[in-house]
Ligand binder design. Sequence first.
Ligand code: ZN
Length: 315
Amino acid sequence: MACAEFPFHVPSLEELAGVLQNGLQENFADAQVSVVDCPDLTKEPFTFPAKGICGKTRIAEVGGVPYLMPLVNKKKVYDVNKIAKEIRLPGAFILGAGAGPFQTLGFNSEFMPVIQTEGAHTPPVNGSYFARVNPADGGCLLEKYSEKHQDYGCALLANLFASEGQPGKVIEVKAKRRTGKLNFVTCMRETLEKHYGDKPIGMGGTFLVQKGKVKAHIMPAEFSSCPLNSDEDVNKWLQFYEMQGPLVCLPVFVSKDPGFDLRLEHTHFFSHHGNGGHYHYDTTPDTVEYLGYFSPAEFLFRIDQPKETHSIGRD
Ligand SMILES: [Zn+2]
């Protein structure tokens, strides 16, 4: 499979924390960014199979929206253990946002990869979730992938943050009461773009929506049989929801596309109360509270980049 590699600009954590502090305080009434030891992510509410998000950090963008629309390309199926090898990090701990493995599930869904991939001496652990539109009532059905399935598949498109899953220093971001128009991730991404310009920064990790609600979507279980040719078509096809915190979010973002047709930000989330999906923005600016842990990525890997592209469905 075609795979391109690009080194990100990697400033010190202290420098990044200072830059993000300046940007976030323009969009939130209360913002505090600091460099801390990563909390143990195997604990609640994260419950990840790895303790941290440090060591040999990478972002992988696999496939893309052009494999989902105008019409689905059902040849585009992937295996996360193989992706870990492609990015030269077998045994990587991988978090992110993508499309659920329809090849196993038999239907389309939102995928929240949380995967300790197969290492030379360690078995893989699949802590992923998927969210589907409930066929009974149109609501959200969130399930842990490994409860019914043994594979490590994903499909069509994925934005992944990979690391050795080690503890270590990370950037902690606390932001409360949104006063600006930008969502939490877009605010951080645009802040980095403004500061670093043509030197792309990639970041990933996890954040909690501790209080408040978010606007989210879930793709329908059936792929569209008529071509989705505009954002309007896409928005009619998607199912939108307002979902209540606390939510565990899996963000991946890149400040500037160095020419690989990237989706610049993509965040999916799960929860322990049955809500999960694709994060758009919080709908409760006066009460929202975010707490996040982020690492900068050292390398970008672009896997199976679509040759024919378009700009619809990237929100
Ligand atoms: Zn998504």
